[in-house]
Ligand binder design. Sequence first.
Ligand SMILES: NC(=O)c1ccc[n+]([C@@H]2O[C@H](COP(=O)([O-])OP(=O)(O)OC[C@H]3O[C@@H](n4cnc5c(N)ncnc54)[C@H](OP(=O)(O)O)[C@@H]3O)[C@@H](O)[C@H]2O)c1
Length: 288
Amino acid sequence: MKKILITGAFGQLGTSLCEVLSNKSILATGRVMTLTEKYHCMELDITNQENVKELIRNYKPDIIIHLAAMTDVDGCEKNPETAFEINVGATENLLKNFNGKFIYVSTDYVFDGEEGPYYEDDKVNPVSVYGRTKLYGENLVQESDLEWIILRSNIIFSYNDRTKASFVNWVVDSLKKKQMITVVNDQWNNPTWTNDLANVMSMMIEKNICGIYHYGGGDFLNRYEFAKMIASTFSLDRELIKPITTLELNWLAQRPLKSGLYTNKIELDLGIEPLPIQKALDKMVSLL
Ligand SMILES: NC(=O)c1ccc[n+]([C@@H]2O[C@H](COP(=O)([O-])OP(=O)(O)OC[C@H]3O[C@@H](n4cnc5c(N)ncnc54)[C@H](OP(=O)(O)O)[C@@H]3O)[C@@H](O)[C@H]2O)c1
């Protein structure tokens, strides 16, 4: 059985991916370990170059799925050196020490959001430090001699208390406390359920495909509409959600506004259809 090393395995996407791949030979690694008996886990800070090298030499993975990243977009803008160290330097070190198939999860933030949704070969032009670091990571992967997949996704969601990155957690927890929230109505995407994405990743491994792919949910909508859908799905008060523009929020990092990812290529190559967002939310809630 092929051995799979996963970085960032205890984050939002990693948690779903490890569940989906738990019948395979996986080693789940991350900065802060979550204990489980379902698969092998260990602590690994990917910026520790010696530890990474040693682990790859000892474990001898056939596949690395590289999820670990600094994903706090404003945090990256504030601390660009740390963002580069984690998202670029550590990716370079993994590639340098490995000789197998490398799967890199990237983002629609490599685009500027002027005229999305985007196809795989559309022009990249990141508008934030986070987007730039993820793009540099992509470039390193493409320049390597390895077999590789770059899988871009967007607004990855789950209801998962193990991550700081979950939009669903924030909406649900705020509304449960009857707190009013403001959500941008001018950022467009096709949000992607972690379980759905993890299943697609598993199929990509099974079918042994390579190259750049986009995957996202079956509908394009703005974040305000998405928040309202979340509220309805959890039977919470939609009226507590108020629309706001990105400009009004005055975030540190610029965001791609008209974004989202077309999925025609992956649909064709895997024979799949992206999950409509309401269906994904319903399935997610049915598993709670
Ligand atoms: N979230 C999205 O909407 C989205 C969209 C497109 C692509 N992506 C990409 O998908 C991947 C997974 O993201 P996610 O949504 O699952 O975010 P996440 O929950 O923040 O997961 C990222 C994981 O990486 C870990 N990490 C950070 N620095 C590390 C280090 N130095 N060594 C080891 N682990 C480290 C984090 O650990 P800590 O909790 O300790 O920081 C976290 O567990 C990332 O590569 C991201 O760029 C995300």
